[in-house]
Design a protein around this ligand. Structure first.
Ligand code: PEP
Ligand code: MG
Length: 316
């Protein structure tokens, strides 16, 4: 049954009627490349570079960073590799860079790009290492910042990328303010990538680390789908790409809904790639759009899932 479910679905991601949806892998470093390639990833949609910085007494040197970035670039000649700058803080504290004071709500504290605002030298070092790693690579390097809440932050980051010689700068959409004002953000960056894990956490005000509120940490909530539709719509109107790199993209049903909402690429942990590729291959773009409309019209997460499923046949 497994072989049958996945049959006829190798190659680039696309809907049944041929609408391309690049399928990319989430990686934490060179160690994850083998699984990404084995599962047919067309590139990397999220390289979580913080793993290079965690569990150590001092920051990695620029040479060490450069080597780790280059290894991932070199695995995808001709493919896109989206590198996310350091997303430390909150659940991922850095031993060599403690927060300036007590944070009663670390998820709302100095994490992601906010940390670089206080340590621009660290951002310059990372962007410099990335620019050198990108020199002469055949991959298409994209760079994006996590935890962006304002247009000023996005513009500041894009400018720093360009100053370092990195052409394609984007942001993650994982804070509701960014989704709500995506139209303005699309004017200052080249692409969006929606982090549905954090976008759900912040939209639902439910800490992703707290088991007691896990029911709210569900990207099927129509409020989250509305925010995704806003971001994808603004990107589309500006002629820019809008991917998803949170866990939501790894759900074969929700993946179709995301495409129906206007998302242009999906990035996920490598094991999910064949299932999502097969699910997209069985549904037309119109079916995905109908499923997205049905899900957004539902009153809650479970009803949204049911409504989408009813539109998407043959999901087994
Ligand atoms: C997300 O928030 O959805 C995301 C992809 O980033 P992370 O899970 O690393 O916070
Ligand atoms: Mg995130």
């Amino acid at each position: 049954a497994r072989a049958e479910a996945l049959s006829g679905t190798s190659g680039p991601g696309a809907t049944a009627d041929g609408h391309p949806v690049p399928l990319l892998a989430n990686v934490g470093g060179p160690k994850d490349l083998e699984a990404a390639l084995a599962n047919g990833a067309e590139g990397v949609g999220l390289y979580r570079t913080e793993f290079l910085f965690l569990d150590r007494a001092d920051a990695p040197s620029e040479e060490e960073q450069q080597a780790a970035y280059r290894a991932v670039f070199d695995a995808f000649p001709g493919g896109r590799v989206v590198v996310r700058t350091l997303d430390a803080g909150a659940d991922k504290p850095l031993a060599f860079l403690p927060p300036p004071g007590e944070e009663p709500n670390p998820a709302l504290g100095e994490r992601g790009l906010r940390m670089f605002r206080r340590h621009p030298d660290m951002m310059a070092a990372q962007l410099g290492a990335l620019a050198r790693a990108a020199e002469g690579t055949e991959a298409i390097p994209y760079v994006m910042a996590p935890m962006v809440a304002t247009v000023a932050e996005a513009a500041w980051f894009a400018e720093a990328c360009h100053a370092a010689g990195l052409e394609t700068a984007g942001i993650m959409i994982e804070v509701p303010s960014a989704a709500l004002r995506a139209r303005d953000l699309a004017k200052v960056v080249d692409f969006f990538s929606i982090g549905t894990n954090d976008l759900t956490q912040y939209a639902m005000a439910a800490d992703r680390q707290v088991a007691g509120v896990s029911e709210l940490q569900d990207p099927w909530h129509p409020a989250v789908l509305d925010l995704i539709a806003l971001a994808a719509g603004a990107a589309g109107a500006a002629g820019k790409g809008c991917g998803v790199c949170g866990e939501a993209g790894a759900d074969p049903v929700l993946a179709c809904v995301l495409v129906g909402l206007g998302v242009t690429s999906l990035s996920m942990g490598a094991p999910a790639l064949p299932w999502v590729r097969a699910s997209l291959a069985r549904h037309t773009l119109d079916q995905c759009r109908a499923a997205a409309d049905a899900a957004r019209s539902a009153p809650g997460a479970s009803e949204a899932k049911e409504a989408a499923r009813a539109c998407l046949t043959g999901l087994g």
